[in-house]
Structure formats: structure tokens, C-alpha cells
Design a protein around this ligand. Structure first.
Ligand SMILES: [Zn+2]
Length: 201
């Protein structure tokens, strides 16, 4: 911070020590504060502004963006990369990502955020034979509370849901046991599935 004025020595801590205090100005909020000289010189801005900066960083680089970015890259991978776990159900049978989304994460992100995306949701295609495009996609929830409800979700939503869930597993906090219940298959199958050794369908 900018040093404005050298002040007096003041008691510091409990052991009778003293330290030099100075008047500083925070370059961000322009507030004037009295701080220990060494500490004031070391910090770029006041604590309030540091907290604000950190909060902003968390939003820009935080988990929401990372997770949505994963949704986007997994979607592209399923359609474009023959080595992807679920390629045979996507790219392998002609399912594509529309040009707009394929080229631009920010366009996908914009659509996702204005269509109710939140981190616990997975992407789902309405027409199972249609491509990934705004008019054919929505977000559905991975319910963690009701096993029957989850199983019927799988039946209802099909493979996109399954693959997203498994990719969620690879990237987040769903256990193999939960997937086993979710897909109504054995733990061994889940293990093979999430490690990409075989396809569920
Ligand atoms: Zn400040």
C-alpha cells in the first residue's frame, strides 16, 4: 500500500514489544489506514479489498466454471473422440455437437447459465437421436435421496444421463456404490464402466 506518513512506535503483542506504525492508503478503495510499517508495505491493498479480490477469483476460476467446462469437454469427447468411454453411443452412431457449441465454450456456457444450469445437474438430450444443440438439450438432476426415483430417471432419460453420471463420478463426488444403485447393475460392472473398460449399453 502507499505509505503516506510515518507515525509513532506503538505497543505490539503482549510481550511489551513496540513496532513502527505508518499511515497507508489502499490503492483500491483509497481508504487511509494505520498499520505496522512492514505489514503495510508488504500488502498490495487493504484486507477488505483482498477479500473482495479473492471472492472474484473464486467466481471466475472456481468450481462452477470448472465443472461446466468438464460437461462441455465430456460432451465433445463423447461425440468426437473414438477413444471416449461412451463414443459408440454418440459419435459412433452419428450424434454430433452443433457447430456453435463445438467451437466455443463461452457460447455453451451462456446457454447453460440461461437454462438453469447448476453444478448438481447433468446435461440431457430431449430427442435421443438428435444432436447436442440448444433446442434439444436441458439439464436434469441427479437425485441423491431416492433410489427408486433415481432409477426411474435413468429409464426415463437414457444414456446421456448415465454417461454424465459416470463422468460426474470421474470428476466429482458420486460413489461407485451410488452409481450401482442408480443404474441397477453390479458394483463390478460399475467399476468397469467408470474406468472405461466396457459400455453399459
Ligand atoms: Zn481497500
Amino acid at each position: 500500500m502507499k505509505l503516506l506518513k510515518i507515525l509513532d512506535m506503538r505497543e505490539y503483542g503482549t510481550q511489551g514489544r513496540t513496532k513502527r506504525y505508518c499511515l497507508f492508503e489502499c490503492p483500491m478503495c483509497l481508504e487511509q489506514l494505520e498499520r505496522v510499517k512492514t505489514e503495510g508495505l508488504k500488502s498490495a491493498q487493504c484486507k477488505t479489498c483482498t477479500n473482495k479480490l479473492n471472492a472474484k477469483k473464486a467466481i471466475t476460476h472456481g468450481s462452477t466454471k470448472t465443472k461446466l467446462y468438464k460437461v462441455w469437454s465430456n460432451m465433445k469427447s463423447r461425440c468426437n473422440n473414438p477413444k471416449a468411454t461412451f463414443y459408440s453411443n454418440y459419435g459412433g452412431r452419428g450424434i454430433k455437437v452443433c457447430k456453435k457449441w463445438d467451437k466455443s465454450f463461452s457460447k455453451f456456457e451462456k446457454w447453460a447459465k440461461s437454462n438453469g444450469y447448476s453444478t448438481e445437474l447433468v446435461i440431457d438430450r430431449i430427442d435421443n437421436d438428435g444432436k447436442y444443440k440448444p433446442s434439444n438439450c436441458r439439464f436434469v438432476s441427479v437425485s441423491k435421496n431416492n433410489n427408486n426415483a433415481r432409477h426411474s430417471m435413468v429409464l426415463k432419460h437414457g444414456i446421456d444421463y448415465l454417461s454424465e453420471v459416470c463422468e460426474c463420478y470421474q470428476n466429482t463426488d458420486i460413489t461407485q456404490e451410488e452409481i450401482s444403485v442408480l443404474l441397477n447393475i453390479s458394483s463390478a460392472s460399475v467399476s468397469n464402466l467408470v474406468t472405461g473398460k466396457h459400455n453399459y449399453i
